[in-house]
Design a protein around this ligand. Structure first.
Ligand SMILES: [Zn+2]
Length: 405
């Protein structure tokens, strides 16, 4: 049976213990696991022994105590479990298989979504099978000997909004024409026989940060997602706050207060007028044709290369992106009062060398007199959407309390 490793790992308590061990990247002592899991010493001891025997958990040195015997530290073996992430991006469909450390063990990019969602779902299911088969042929095995297909917890999908995460419905993303009220989790679940979860790309990206950063990203975290458009996501208490209808963080029409023209929405100088990649390419007369209307990272890389070469128009565009995002961030910091701001998304790595200085300058010119907020770039690159989608599934299985609320 596929996914049997998951069934072997079995009881809920084992996953609770796994998550408690995992939550400190440097290793956790048994007493820490008992405290975090809320389980009895006997239960933790029994489960830990079983996990050690099966190679899912390993010892990672000892912690010398002033009194008593030194405590053994436990670590989760990252390849003990896998999850698949699918990023439904207008420029392509990315599939990533990731391990418990949110490391990519295999990935694949399929052509962009079409106007036929059902055919696209069949392509995704076939693509996923192909990636798992390839990994198996390459000799990948879990510590307990499980094949990639047996070790896979399930599938997470990240999509641009609007969508309804609870119902697994892709409603009407402006960049995915033909995708209207598509019951994606149901379709992909039927095509693969696996559990499927859906969330917005912005929320998935923040979930990846929380999963990777563990306890270092507690408090209120604000995430800025830089892709074909920009979006935001917020987490508090280690949990992404998606809003009542998964619409939180739609910041494209936040007025920036910068000099600019009137937006289609009626307001002046909206954020999206500076940050929509299609508009940036249009204004700089980027010579690369837009296939199917959606810009790709190749377009953005070409624009940045021109900025690197000192060409005035492209340089002004990428700097302007940062300035506008900084103005929006200044507003968002006042609204959310975060302890940490993370900026990421598919195009941030490319844009940040030119965009970050202006962004920081604007974001920090705050008048609220609060201590300086830590602002940092994501540890993930352009595959953050697929990685984030996979961590949605990791969270479902290991630590449901971290899932978007
Ligand atoms: Zn607007």
């Amino acid at each position: 049976m596929r996914g049997s490793s998951m069934v072997d790992i079995g009881a809920r308590n084992e996953l609770v213990v796994l998550d408690a061990i995992r939550s400190d990247p440097d290793g956790s002592s048994q007493s820490e696991v008992i405290r975090r899991s809320g389980l009895s010493r006997q239960a933790v001891s029994l489960i830990t022994r079983r996990l050690l025997e099966r190679g899912i958990v390993e010892t990672a040195g000892t912690l010398g105590g002033a009194r008593g015997k030194p405590r053994t530290l436990l670590k989760v073996v990252p390849t003990a479990l896998l999850a698949a992430g699918v990023h439904l991006d207008p420029s392509g469909i990315a599939i990533a298989i990731v391990d418990l450390e949110a490391r990519v063990v295999a990935e694949e990019t399929l052509p962009a979504p079409t106007t036929d969602p059902e055919a696209d779902v069949a392509r995704i299911a076939a693509g996923l099978d192909a990636v798992l088969d390839r990994l198996e042929r390459e000799g990948w095995r879990a510590p307990d000997g499980g094949t990639p297909a047996e070790t896979l917890l399930g599938i997470g999908v990240a999509s641009p909004g609007s969508l309804d995460a609870r119902r697994g419905l892709v409603e009407s993303p402006p960049w995915l024409p033909g995708w209207r009220d598509v019951p994606l989790t149901e379709l992909l679940g039927a095509a693969t026989g696996r559990p499927v979860m859906l969330d917005k790309d912005t929320n998935a990206a923040l979930t990846a940060e929380l999963w990777y950063g563990r306890r270092t990203v507690e408090g209120t975290v604000l995430y800025l997602y830089v892709g074909a458009g920009v979006g935001s996501a917020v987490a508090s208490g280690g949990r992404v706050r998606a809003g009542a209808t998964t619409q939180a963080g739609e910041i494209g029409h936040l007025p920036t207060g910068l000099p600019g023209t009137r937006c289609g929405c009626g307001r002046l100088a909206c954020l999206s007028m500076f940050t929509d990649v299609a508009g940036m390419l249009e204004r700089t007369a980027q010579g690369v044709p837009l296939s199917g209307g959606a810009p790709t990272s190749a377009h953005v890389a070409a624009l940045v290369a021109r900025a690197d070469a000192g060409e005035e128009g492209p340089l002004a565009e990428v700097r302007g992106h940062g300035t506008a995002l900084g103005e929006a961030l200044r507003t968002l910091i006042s609204v959310h009062d975060p302890s940490l701001v993370i900026i990421g998304g598919p195009y941030w790595e490319l844009l940040s060398p030119h965009a970050l200085p202006g962004l920081l300058e604007r974001a920090r010119s705050t008048d609220r007199g609060a201590p300086e907020v830590e602002i940092r770039s994501s540890v993930f690159g352009d595959d953050v959407g697929a990685i984030g989608a996979a961590t949605l599934q990791m969270g479902r299985a290991l630590s449901p309390a971290t899932l978007p609320a």
